[in-house]
Design a protein around this ligand. Structure first.
Ligand code: NAP
Length: 283
């Protein structure tokens, strides 16, 4: 198959690396340097900054930042044949599907649940999607054949395919992806509010695995975090309010020296955590 990838960064480059074993890859990226690098490193077979290159593609993966997906699609559509299947990898699905589906029937919303704190083509990795969930969000008007074609490509990455509505996706990722980014960022920002420079320096020196784990997603790509907030605003605000309510409860329990309730909460969360982890992460 001829596979088109628009946006040769972490996700687009990683898709290209894995799909290139079985398909011919046509890559489009904004900067000519990125296109040259993608060719030189044999990440893609053909590359250009011109979306006309996508005319040859059977399936196009849209891998630009969220804010560029809609405008990119509008510029891309005149170059495509009506059979071309479009799919995106954006971290939010409701607004993307709403913007594209009315203009292109063969569009399947998608979101690979994989990534790193890095960005750009240099960050692209082989095997990034292996054993990771990859969510597809078809709607009633999405042709079954288009969904199955994208699902088959996703399975070839050794990812696990999930199907749900764009709305359910956005609500679920608010809990497990977007809320954690804001909580983790707030954790780092709160530590910085320490008024003693000496204590802050000490905390920074002795921070260990607990802080590393809980601060990781708050120390990631700021543009990506901003896009999550901007494009999944309602669901993120809902989850943040619920989180604040939970924090208020813990504060009250600790202020009142209600140690049984604190232990009860931690017992409950210790039991619940594995339900959010894959088998390999539980080990
Ligand atoms: P990224 O590493 O910054 O890659 C995006 C690439 O797109 C940039 O390197 C840029 O390449 C290119 N680009 C930017 N604007 C463009 C435009 N208008 N037209 C064509 N290319 C353009 O970002 P990413 O982390 O791969 O994220 C890409 C998408 O994946 C986002 O929609 C995000 O929501 C989604 N996603 C990210 C993760 C994650 O953890 N990072 C996980 C799942 C899904 P040049 O400027 O170098 O040409």
């Amino acid at each position: 198959m001829n596979i088109g990838i628009v946006g040769l960064g972490l996700i687009g480059g990683s898709l290209a690396l894995d799909l290139r074993h079985q398909h011919t890859i046509f890559g489009v990226s904004r900067r000519p340097e990125t296109c040259e690098q993608a060719i030189a490193r044999q990440i893609v077979d053909h590359a250009s900054s011109d979306l006309a290159l996508m005319a040859k593609a059977d399936v196009v993966f849209l891998c630009t930042p969220l804010g560029a997906i809609e405008s990119t699609v509008m510029q891309l559509l005149p170059h495509l044949s009506s059979n071309t299947i479009l799919t995106d990898v954006g971290s939010v699905k409701g607004s993307v599907v709403e913007a594209i589906a009315p203009h292109w029937q063969n569009f399947v919303g998608g979101h690979p649940m994989a990534g790193t704190a890095e960005s750009g083509l240099d960050a692209a990795l082989t095997g990034l999607f292996v054993n990771r969930p990859y969510v597809l969000t078809p709607i009633n008007s999405t042709p079954a054949k288009a969904v199955e074609t994208v699902a088959e490509l996703v399975r070839s990455l050794q990812a696990q395919v999930y199907h749900c509505s764009p709305e359910a996706h956005d609500r679920a990722v608010a809990w497990i992806s977007h809320l954690p980014v804001m909580v983790s960022a707030s954790l780092i920002a709160t530590c910085l509010s320490e008024s003693s420079a000496e204590v802050l320096a000490l905390a920074q020196s002795i921070a260990s695995s607990g802080f590393r784990d809980t601060s990781r997603v708050g120390g990631g790509n700021p543009e990506l975090g901003r896009m999550m907030a901007e494009y999944n605003q309602d669901e993120l605000v809902r989850s943040l309010h619920a989180y604040r309510h939970q924090l208020d409860q813990v504060i009250t329990q600790i202020e009142q020296s209600d140690w049984n309730s604190v232990q009860q909460l931690l017992t409950q969360t210790q039991t619940a955590r594995p339900q959010f982890l894959s088998d390999s992460e539980k080990e």
